[in-house]
Write a protein that binds this ligand. Structure first.
Ligand code: UDP
Length: 463
């Protein structure tokens, strides 16, 4: 009798936003390289153009990956507690409310599935479906292990806003000011519901995959896996940092204007400035940031975002920045408003530093390329991410800047210029970034912890 194992068939269900989709795409391609048969279930339509373009690129580069669309129901989110200012959170809710459509889709796949990997924001509605189908379900948590501890604990905390620190067993207390502000509101909102319900239900999954690794979050992973936070937690499996992909890069002939500009700059001379895929900063803050970048005297490449969703972003760059600032930037700075492939920017030899909003993908991509960070968290998990980056010595965080987006606390240009000069003048960050980069690459290289955890997981799907 043959003892050879069959290749597993795994379905993956990402959620809304590039911050969730990008690590899913990296995981999908990694699994494909281990001969896992993959079906990707894509909620349709997407919120942003960048999501639909990334998906098209994935399916054209990996024709062996099957695509199934989950056609979302046209659900009006009428009740105040189920509607957010953030279209990406609203989409989480619509996908959650359309989840019952998954059951027939999952049962129809052939060969039968070995497992489903679901985005963290969908755990509460998807776990009951996979339970009913007796299908193993893994939740992909697209932030840090430290943030996972807050996610899992949120439903057990009584009134976090009433205390100066949030206490989670086994972890250092988290200052209240680092907690995502919607979680501290009195009234209910989508983020609170999603944290409470998904954080609770996730504990019934077969495993939680996290895009992190031992050498930066070993302690958090240990606490989670040794039953210190919760007695009955599924295994928390660190599989990161998921490496950026070659197919995310353009061909040399297609190099965009900003990349061509970088080609002409000296090595490690440029500060790259970006607030990720879905953070729009106020007009006033754009003006002060531009002023600060010019006054810093550094070369810079700045991606400006005026709207959360790229489809809504119609204003001309010059109208946004103003003619005067555009003139002052000439020579030293390159400013763009459209999507710029961050992977290509961070790996470019001219890029020396990264002023980042501290999205988990952005900070782990900076680590991957050994680029030190100026940390300016704007919302969500970003203060917790900034703290971690500061602790491991790869970035500088000016805590008095607070959350971005606070109209009462616009950071002025002179302060930004001083901070940019201080950060870029400190060689320690670059040395440390190189060491941390080395560890990150080892984690997913031959014999690395994350590589082995992923191989074990695939093995368990094969049996
Ligand atoms: N990104 C990019 N180009 C842009 C903006 C963002 O390539 O102009 C990518 C970035 O590399 C990262 C993802 O989009 O992989 C953003 O995720 P992150 O967690 O950093 O932040 P979010 O956008 O979710 O706030």
């Amino acid at each position: 009798m043959s003892t050879s194992k069959l290749n597993p068939h795994v379905a993956l269900l990402p959620s809304a936003g590039m911050g969730h989709l990008t690590p899913f795409i990296r995981l999908i391609t990694l699994l494909t390289s281990h001969n896992v048969k993959i079906t990707v279930i894509t909620p349709h339509p997407t919120v942003s153009i960048s999501e639909s373009e990334s998906l098209s690129q994935l399916f054209s580069s990996f024709p062996q990956v099957t695509r199934k669309q989950l056609h979302l129901l046209p659900l009006p989110l009428d009740e105040p507690s189920s509607k957010s200012q953030d279209p990406f959170y609203n989409r989480f809710e619509v996908i959650r409310r359309s989840s019952h459509l998954l059951s027939p889709l999952l049962s129809s796949l052939s060969p039968p599935l070995s497992a489903l990997v679901t985005d963290m924001s969908l755990a509460s509605t998807v776990v009951p479906i996979t339970d009913a189908l007796q299908l193993p379900n893994y939740i992909f948590f697209t932030s840090s292990a430290k943030m996972l501890s807050l996610f899992l604990s949120f439903h057990t905390l009584d009134d976090p806003k009433a205390k100066d620190f949030v206490e989670i067993s086994g972890f250092e207390p988290i200052p209240r000011s680092w907690i995502p502000p919607p979680l501290l509101e009195d009234t209910n909102n989508i983020m609170k519901t999603y944290f409470a319900e998904c954080g609770k239900k996730m504990k019934e999954s077969n495993g939680i995959l996290v895009n992190t690794y031992e050498s930066i979050e070993g302690e958090s992973l240990k606490v989670l896996n040794e039953g210190i936070v919760f007695n009955h937690l599924p295994p928390v499996i660190a599989i990161g940092p998921l490496p950026p992909l070659k197919f995310e890069r353009s061909q040399p002939l297609e190099r965009s204007q900003p990349l061509a500009w970088l080609d002409d700059q000296p090595a490690e001379s440029v500060l790259y400035v970006s607030f990720g895929s879905r953070t729009a900063i106020s007009r006033e803050q754009i003006k002060e940031l531009g002023d600060g970048l010019v006054k810093s005297g550094k070369r810079f490449l700045w991606v400006v975002k005026d709207k959360k969703v790229d489809r809504d972003d119609e204003m001309e760059l010059v109208d946004l920045i103003g003619q005067e600032l555009m003139e002052r930037m000439k020579g030293r700075g390159m400013v763009v408003k459209n999507w710029l492939n961050q992977e290509e920017v961070l790996r470019h030899p001219a890029v020396g530093w990264f002023l980042s909003h501290c999205g988990w993908n952005s900070v782990t991509e900076a680590i991957w390329h050994g680029v030190p960070l100026l940390l300016w968290p704007q919302h969500g998990d970003q203060k917790i991410n900034a703290d971690l980056m500061e602790r491991i010595g790869v970035g500088m965080w000016v805590k008095s800047w607070g959350w971005g987006g606070n109209p009462m606390a616009v950071v002025n240009g002179d302060g930004i210029a001083d901070t940019v000069r201080e950060m870029t003048g400190n060689g320690f960050f670059r040395l440390r970034a190189a060491q941390v980069q080395d560890d990150a690459r080892k984690a997913v290289g031959e014999g690395g912890n994350s590589k082995e955890r992923l191989a074990d997981l695939i093995d368990s799907w094969e049996s």
